[in-house]
Ligand binder design. Structure first.
Ligand SMILES: [Zn+2]
Length: 629
């Protein structure tokens, strides 16, 4: 490979025993002890020159044996760091130290890690053990550890592909995007990006509010979509309408990379496993199996915010905080070495919330934006967050006073954790009595993932976790895991219950709803977007009687409970926030393509942006292709 040859030519002769790609990163191994200890300076010079990341690691022959290394680490790092696990990744000369207090394990300026490296020749990395144990994070890490040899091969092959120069005989340069879903609708997000050299799919979701398969899934039975030719998938965040169908693509034989942030990987895998469970409960056969979810995890490449990564010979990816859910990202693509810069916002919140910071508005360069418009209509000018929280508090107070229970259907990630913090605050400030908050299984597991990745949380929450506080650890939060426990909750007194799904389409929220619906004392508070056709939308629109799909036959349920809908608590940008985002975007884009909104809202937002900011706007339909360049 040319790039590797260039690197080797720049370094002192005979020091490097082998070199490999880890996707876009380049790893060089040395058998020379002195070069391993002092060679960083030389390597840094090459990095500055070729502008690619290079890691220097010790060749296997230098490594201490594992038992001795583990002993050394445990002696060096104080017990206060609470090491939970030490794992050796032989294929890559890396030792992973999992600790409850990573700061103490790293030491001042990383000095403890330096000691490990200098003495044992292993390259240490620290991982945070979450404050709440997360089975899914553990399971995923396990899959990755046991698949280490496969991953090494996969990442090396991928790197070769990325660094193969693009075909110079293809003189023409163009960039096109095709909407396979999510155009003038919310749900089944899937956008295909094509250049003469690359085909990249951004998101691949399922519209769970639809009943017919043809409306549920992105439209992939078209000539421009060929799974075999797909170079990469990029996932913005872990909500089923963006992530849901990705395991299915693996079932159909896809074996390429999927790029996302680490918390998105854990949450997307968890939601996919839950999706399989929900299908079994409905006695229908699931769309994909656990094996397919595992394949997705095996082929996932996690990328942090603000880090530029080559993902194809002519495409560079950077993720930016989208403020929507834990790990949610805006996708910035530099295509054709500066030929065109595209920003795909995915779902985003341009306002601070308790859990997350507001989305980013500053980018290196952007010519085209594809942006969501879930609340893009003129009628979607919503009350401020403070007013929304007040409204929420009053609804809770009202129901508690009459000794009712409150169901808050949530998407699992995003709103759930926000609501937990709001209710905790209300109790701490004695605005409502000390009632329990029941957090149903899936929501609890996702909350645990939040404690594993403090770097993705708002500055305030991050600070609390770094001080070894667990913001979701208060005794008022109670996990509900089984249907027996669910029954117990329903027999007890006033409480708040958080359960998936947000639209009352599958998941535990339906079980609670069935039991709580006819009692006038109870209340339901919707805080998520409700797709038309979903049970949640029916209830919100005032249905007094609804039908719920049962195992054998449909059940009819009387709706007597009080219905609240507090849209301002949404994780999406409100109409004003969408407009403010465009106004504050730096640099200003040349063209904005509006998607991910009901038709009227897409059109409304596009025309307002055009009028106010004089930017060209487009509102494509599904299957429309737009040439960006
Ligand atoms: Zn979302």
């Amino acid at each position: 490979m040319e790039i590797i040859r260039t690197i080797l030519d720049e370094l002192p002769k005979g020091k490097i025993s082998s070199a490999a790609f880890e996707a876009a990163n380049i790893v060089i191994y040395t058998q020379d002890k002195d070069f391993f200890l002092d060679g960083e300076v030389e390597v840094k010079k090459v990095v500055d020159k070729i502008k690619k990341r290079i890691s220097l690691r010790a060749d296997e022959s230098l490594l201490w044996d594992e038992a001795a290394t583990e002993k050394f680490i445990r002696k060096l790092i104080s017990a206060e760091a609470e090491i939970t696990q030490i794992i050796f990744d032989n294929a890559r000369s890396i030792v992973i130290i999992e600790s409850k207090k990573p700061g103490l394990a790293i030491g001042k300026n990383g000095e403890l890690l330096q000691e490990v490296r200098k003495n044992t020749f292993w390259t240490p990395t620290i991982r945070r053990s979450p404050a709440i144990r997360s089975k899914i994070t553990e399971a995923i890490r396990q899959v990755l550890y046991t698949q280490s040899a496969y991953r090494k091969k996969f990442l090396n092959a991928l790197g070769k592909k990325i660094y193969t120069d693009w075909d110079p005989t293809k003189k023409e340069e163009w960039v096109r995007v095709t909407f396979l879903g999510s155009a003038r609708q919310v749900g089944r997000s899937a956008i295909l990006l094509q250049t003469p050299n690359s085909k990249i799919l951004m998101d691949c979701g399922i519209d769970t509010s639809q009943k017919q398969d043809k409306d549920k899934f992105p439209i992939m039975d078209v000539p421009e979509f060929n799974l075999k030719e797909l170079d990469a998938i990029i996932l913005t965040h872990a909500h089923l309408d963006h992530s849901g169908l990705i395991p299915y693509l693996f079932k159909m034989g896809f074996r390429g990379p999927v790029y996302m942030t680490a918390p998105t990987r854990d949450t997307a895998a968890l939601l996919a496993l839950d999706f399989i469970g929900v299908a079994y409960k409905k006695a229908s056969s699931p769309l994909f199996s656990i094996t397919d979810v595992k394949e997705m995890v095996k082929h996932t490449i996690t990328v942090d915010y603000n880090v530029v990564t080559d993902i194809a010979p002519d495409v560079r990816l950077t993720f930016y905080n989208a403020g929507h859910t834990l790990g949610s990202a805006m996708v910035h693509l530099n295509i054709g070495n500066g030929l065109h810069n595209l920003l795909y916002t995915g779902d985003f919140k341009y306002a601070r919330t308790r859990v997350l910071d507001a989305s980013i508005t500053k980018f290196p360069r952007v010519e085209t934006v594809i942006m969501e418009s879930t609340y893009g209509g003129k009628e979607n000018i919503l009350p401020s967050r403070r007013e929304a929280e007040k409204e929420f508090a009053e609804a809770i107070k009202k129901i508690i006073e009459r000794k009712g229970k409150i169901l808050v259907p949530v998407l699992g990630t995003g709103r759930a954790q926000e609501i937990m913090l709001i209710v905790e605050d209300l109790i701490l400030n004695k605005e409502i009595p000390d009632i329990p908050i029941y957090v149903d299984g899936l929501v609890w597991d996702i909350t645990a993932i939040h404690t594993a990745y403090p770097d993705f949380l708002s500055n305030t929450l991050k600070g609390r976790i770094f001080k070894d506080e667990n913001p979701f650890g208060g005794s008022i939060f109670k996990r509900v895991g089984s249907s027996t426990e669910r029954k117990e909750v329903l027999e007890k007194g006033p409480c708040v219950i958080l359960a998936t799904s947000g639209m009352l389409v599958g998941g535990a929220s339906i079980e609670y709803f069935k039991n709580m619906a006819d009692n006038k004392k109870n209340g339901i508070i919707f805080v998520s977007y409700l797709g038309s056709g979903s049970l949640g939308r029916e209830v919100k629109d005032g249905a007094k009687e609804v039908k719920i799909e049962g195992e054998d036959e449909n059940e009819t349920i009387n709706v007597g409970l009080e219905v609240f809908s507090i849209e301002s608590l949404t994780g999406h940008s409100t109409r004003n926030e969408l407009m403010a985002f465009v106004n504050n975007m730096n640099p200003a884009p040349r063209r904005i393509i509006v998607n991910h909104g009901e038709q009227s809202r897409c059109l409304d937002l596009a025309s307002s942006i055009h009028k106010v900011y004089k930017v060209e706007t487009t509102t494509p339909r599904n299957l429309e292709t737009i040439r960006l360049r």
